[in-house]
Design a protein around this ligand. Structure first.
Ligand code: SF4
Length: 383
């Protein structure tokens, strides 16, 4: 039976499924579950990318500290202007997102939260990476509602191999951090990348089972899309191992000192198969997440729209998703927040993105949600 009690081995089997009829059944069940449990509204979250500075050096991300990139940090007034747009567009929620940029300090972010609440009465989601406990507490007290922290993969070896701990900081466990965020009172969201080199179908099945175990309020997943100017943007599979390849015959700074080819974590998962980073696998993950966590809010992510701007966004909404995060970052900064290549809507104005999203929602017979749109899971837990 396709329901929230699916075992890990059944989840893994569905991830490998290629039979079109069976996949149609999976997607139908996910869509019916979505309609029954969270309704036909698509909640719109205005995404504001505050800064592309980051102290971390994740091996796939365009914002990684060691990449030579043009950096920006929005001013307080620019951020408030973008939040005003969210209010004018009746989005109900803003998502304040950035790399781990400690210049966005406790006081600055707390002030922003208070100001956005007072001026625009919007719900506030934070996505600012691993931060100090005192910051989480202060920001909640200031009025933040939700925190997004993706654990990216539940395979510990793989996680460690691609997420070096930042210099001068201690290792932090994101799973523990999510539990703590819930304790503080946040609605908590997490998610993973789909198709990371070295990630097997069983790994992905474990990720999905962990969503259920953590009883997440929000789940955001997207295909693995490495930025070309990063170590994982330059790898190819050879003889069962992932190896770095140079671009245009040059060896870049990023590749020095990082030996991917000899790291056992980057060997192909030969026993149970490498999970692909294609759109079909992303759709399967969205559908299974909906079935396993029926009351969660699940976005149709920008990464899915990046692979296929129309079919991707609508496809995920038709397979279990119920949230879209239109980008409200000022156009002059959007192209600089290039955490992965060819990001959807990276070069357009907020109004154009909004129109496109609303049109796509109407085309599939759904309606934009009005209000803050907390996840039914969160509301039930609090009742
Ligand atoms: S993935 Fe996040 S933490 Fe890692 S380098 Fe990119 S922005 Fe920073």
């Amino acid at each position: 039976m396709l329901n929230e009690n699916l075992t890990r081995s059944k989840i893994s089997k569905w991830l490998r499924e290629t039979d079109r009829e069976k996949l149609t059944e999976l997607y139908d069940v996910a869509d019916r579950t979505r309609r029954k449990r969270v309704g036909d509204e698509v909640w719109l979250r205005g995404l504001i990318e505050l800064s592309n500075y980051c102290r971390r050096d994740c091996l796939y991300c365009g914002a990684r500290a060691s990449r030579r990139a043009e950096r920006y940090r929005m001013t307080r007034e620019e951020i408030l202007e973008s939040a005003k747009l969210a209010r004018d567009y009746q989005f109900g929620t803003v998502v304040l997102q950035a790399g781990e940029d400690f210049a966005l300090d406790e006081a600055f972010v707390a002030d922003l939260i208070q100001e956005i609440r007072e001026r625009y009465q919007l719900a506030i989601t934070l996505s600012l990476g691993e931060r100090k406990d005192s910051e989480f507490v202060r920001w909640k007290e200031a009025g933040a509602d939700r925190y997004l922290l993706r654990f990216e993969t539940s395979n510990r070896d793989l996680y460690d191999a691609i997420h070096p701990t930042a210099e001068g900081s201690v290792f932090q466990d994101r799973i523990e951090m999510l539990k703590r965020l819930r304790e503080i009172g946040y609605e908590i969201g997490s998610g993973v990348m789909i198709g990371v080199p070295g990630q097997s179908f069983d790994d992905l099945a474990n990720d999905l089972a962990l969503f259920r175990e953590l009883d997440l309020d929000m789940i955001g997943c997207g295909p693995f899309l490495p930025h070309a100017e990063t170590p994982l943007g330059r790898i190819e599979a050879r003889n069962g191992e992932w190896r770095t390849v140079s671009i245009h015959g040059t060896t870049s700074e990023d590749q020095r000192g990082i030996s991917l080819s000899t790291d056992k974590s980057f060997k192909y998962p030969t026993t149970d198969g490498q999970a692909p980073n294609d759109i079909e696998t992303a759709f399967k993950v969205v559908a299974l997440a909906r079935i396993l966590c029926p009351d969660a809010n699940i976005p149709s992510t920008t990464a899915v729209a990046t692979i296929d701007e129309t079919g991707g966004r609508k496809g995920a909404l038709e397979r279990g998703a119920n949230v879209v995060m239109p980008n409200l970052t000022p156009k002059k900064y959007r192209r600089l927040y290039d955490i992965y290549p060819n990001k959807a809507a990276a070069r357009e104005e907020a109004e154009k993105t909004r129109q496109t999203v609303l049109k796509q929602i109407r085309e599939i017979g759904r309606v934009p949600g009005i209000g803050s749109g907390s996840s039914p899971r969160f509301l039930k837990r609090r009742a």
